[in-house]
Ligand binder design. Structure first.
Ligand code: NAD
Length: 248
């Protein structure tokens, strides 16, 4: 039973934050979850949880991204859902950012998103369809300060979502994205300790009409909707989960 009963799902960045909350929510809805993450130590805390197959890997490395998808197919015979969620979140303006920062972030948030979507779509074409949910961001829709590297990388997620949705709709593959506002994760806790972090965060908080940050569970609920059959006529959508941020 559940909204994802027996669905085979790969979730990247599943060891922490939004990805972890999504893995937990998906499990409670009956899904089989391949939980992929670079951080083996954190991923180990999901080891032995019923319905979870952990895979350690780097989404920006083609063989690793392929292995995440192949694990689902080898274990369960097909892939129904990809949540392309792994990402890194640097807060840099363009004067602070080095060329290497751009490449490093684009590798994960850009190339990693491309690679996991590519191998997922190839697998879904074999098994007759599926659903992809990309984790974009308000920074992948609108402009913000200190997002000279992260912002463009998150536009990759929204761009892939729209282009892939159009191209594969007729083959039964839906592709959508969530655009979270600021979400209370460890990354945000760490940002409070960075130079200029508290000032930046209070400014960002002021831009959220609901005057609070979101929770990983609130994002997971939106990802669940887009991944489930309840969203059967929804594709190419960028769903804000942002307390009204993008409505301004
Ligand atoms: P997080 O740091 O808690 O989780 C990210 C996870 O991705 C970590 O477990 C990390 O190990 C993993 N990861 C990082 N690089 C990887 C790689 N190369 N290969 C595989 N796994 C990798 O952060 P989060 O806030 O949960 O972020 C998840 C997603 O949500 C990201 O795409 C981020 O851009 C997006 N997002 C976050 C916020 C926010 O405020 N926290 C807002 C909007 C969007």
């Amino acid at each position: 039973a559940g909204r994802l009963a027996d669905r085979v799902c790969v979730i990247t960045g599943a060891a922490s934050g939004i990805g972890r909350a999504t893995a937990e929510r998906f499990l409670s809805e009956g899904a089989r979850v391949v939980a992929a993450d670079l951080d083996g130590e954190r991923l180990a805390t999901l080891e032995g949880v019923e319905g979870v197959v952990p895979v350690i890997g780097d989404v920006s490395v083609a063989e690793d991204a392929r292995r995440m998808i192949d694990t689902a197919v080898e274990r369960y015979g097909r892939l129904d859902v990809l949540v392309a969620n792994a990402g890194v979140i640097p807060l840099l303006d363009i004067t602070e950012a080095e060329p290497a920062d751009f490449d490093a972030v684009m590798a994960v948030d850009g190339r990693g998103m491309f690679l996991t979507c590519k191998y997922a779509i190839e697998a879904m074409l074999v098994s007759g369809g599926g659903a992809i949910v990309c984790t974009s961001s308000i920074s992948g829709v609108a402009g913000q300060a200190r997002q000279a590297v992260y912002g463009p990388a998150k536009f990759v997620a929204t761009g892939l979502t729209k282009h892939l949705a159009v191209e594969w709709a007729e083959r039964g593959i839906r592709v959508n994205a969530v655009a979270p506002g600021t979400i209370e994760t460890e990354r945000v806790a760490a940002a409070r300790e960075e130079p200029g972090g508290p000032e930046y965060l209070s400014e960002v908080l002021g831009a959220h009409p609901m005057a609070r940050f979101g929770t990983p569970e609130e994002v997971a609920a939106a990802i669940l909707f887009l991944a489930s059959d309840e969203a059967s006529f929804v594709t190419g959508a960028i769903l804000p989960v942002d307390g009204g941020y993008l409505a301004r």
